[in-house]
Design a protein around this ligand. Structure first.
Ligand code: G6P
Ligand code: MG
Length: 216
């Protein structure tokens, strides 16, 4: 019986993944680097700095560290502009209901995200109270597919990895969950999340009972 649920943030709880894409796209365009939605899949679950390095790799470009830092800061500025109007209305369909039902059943919940903006986003969504622990990009040193963020999440709940189920929209996050000995539910397209133990399009009409049954 699983006791803990670990949630990625961007693309699972809220559709900020498209704002990350739009912000990176704007910078890539400025730098004359072609950057498609398909390329963007490689950035999901990946830290801000590493994301920019991947974009530079796509453009076959090199840059000094200080300049990389400058662009990452600018990207975050553009991204935060998009988040200005973020509110409870932006929580993805079914997420709140799913969290409430799972917690009522005794599950403990943690957020496991590479984002350094996670606490700010949860506050904007008024979801801070829905998680017993938050592990974000400020608390980890190794990015997904390393399991650090989820192992820390499980530990913060007082649980072992094998007691937890991870919910992820990124292929790197599914790998991280498995590396931590956890079962993984993919949120999105089965083609992209082929390694997940079970794939759902989103939380709408999804019950914790269905997940328990499919994941056991
Ligand atoms: C998440 C997203 C990535 C993003 C990373 C860092 O994992 O999926 O696309 O790059 O967080 O986010 P941040 O808000 O710190 O730039
Ligand atoms: Mg994500």
């Amino acid at each position: 019986m699983h006791k803990g649920l670990l949630f990625d943030l961007d693309g699972v709880i809220v559709d900020t993944a498209r704002y990350h894409y739009l912000a990176w796209k704007e910078l890539a365009q400025e730098l004359g680097i072609p950057f498609t939605r398909e390329d963007n899949e490689r950035l999901k679950g990946v830290s801000r700095n590493r994301s920019f390095e991947i974009i530079l790799e796509i453009g076959n470009r090199q840059m000094e560290e200080a300049q990389k830092e400058y662009y990452c800061t600018r990207k975050n500025g553009i991204y935060l502009e998009y988040l200005q109007t973020l509110s409870e209305k932006d929580i993805l369909p079914g997420v709140q209901e799913f969290l409430e039902a799972a917690r009522a059943k005794g599950y403990r919940t943690a957020l496991g995200s590479a984002s350094k903006n996670a606490v700010f986003i949860l506050e904007k969504l008024k979801l801070s109270e829905s998680f017993d622990a938050v592990i974000d990009g400020n608390k980890v040193s190794k990015a997904k597919p390393d399991p650090e963020v989820f192992l820390n999440g499980a530990a913060a709940l007082g649980l072992a990895g094998c007691d937890c189920i991870v919910f992820e929209d990124a292929a790197a996050g599914i790998k991280a969950a498995h590396a931590g000995g956890m079962r993984a539910v993919g949120i999105g397209k089965p083609e992209i999340l082929s390694e997940a133990d079970y794939v759902i399009r989103g939380f709408e009409k999804i019950t914790i009972e269905e997940i328990e049954q499919e994941i056991m």
